[in-house]
Design a binder for this molecule. Sequence first.
Ligand SMILES: Cc1cc2nc3c(=O)[nH]c(=O)nc-3n(C[C@H](O)[C@H](O)[C@H](O)COP(=O)(O)O)c2cc1C
Length: 205
Amino acid sequence: MLDSLATWRDHTHKSLRQSMKALDALLNRSSSPKLSDPLPNEKILENIYRSALRAADHGVLRPWRFLLIKGAARDRLGELFLAAAICQDPQLPPEKQASLKQKPLRAPLILVIISNPVEDPKVPIFEQELSAAAATQNMLLAAYAQGVGAMWRTGSMAYDKTVMVGLGLTAAEKIIGFLYLGTTSGATKNLNDPPVSQFFKEWNA
Ligand SMILES: Cc1cc2nc3c(=O)[nH]c(=O)nc-3n(C[C@H](O)[C@H](O)[C@H](O)COP(=O)(O)O)c2cc1C
């Protein structure tokens, strides 16, 4: 009897600790624009990847795929960005060319989140794209919870045909974002969220 009471108490304490940790990530996560080496270890990355697969997903279609870009592949992504930008504007000034080429070097790892929708009679493509976005948010949270810096970026390159083709996307696929991951360098910002009442209103029909 006493044994089972102790087990119950330990279990309750453990669940409470876990929910406190989850709430910490949900209430305090913020993005890290400045990232540097080292790359998070494989165990940490595996948790981040698994969190994506736990996103809300209508019909459990898993309408996403992810590309991992690290090391020298980041230089090739920079070259792809540059090729895309020159295609759009052959007169692009040299300093803008240089800055674009450097963009993927802002973190040791970039995940390209791709929505990969399937034909489904019940689940519109929009919902499948939302699900890929939810997977991205889960990864931001899993990164924060493990002390890894992360930032979700898009910019014009995410919507550029040259980039999409260069990364091997099909016509139905979209880039939901580039998730930059690494070690946070630079100050973490002070959170200053508005009161929830600004966005949450009771509806009385
Ligand atoms: C779909 C999407 C695309 C984004 N693209 C960019 C981007 O290209 N550049 C940028 O500075 N922030 C971008 N952000 C915003 C940042 O990821 C971040 O959420 C924002 O700076 C607020 O900071 P916080 O996450 O710490 O609250 C994007 C966010 C989303 C959801």
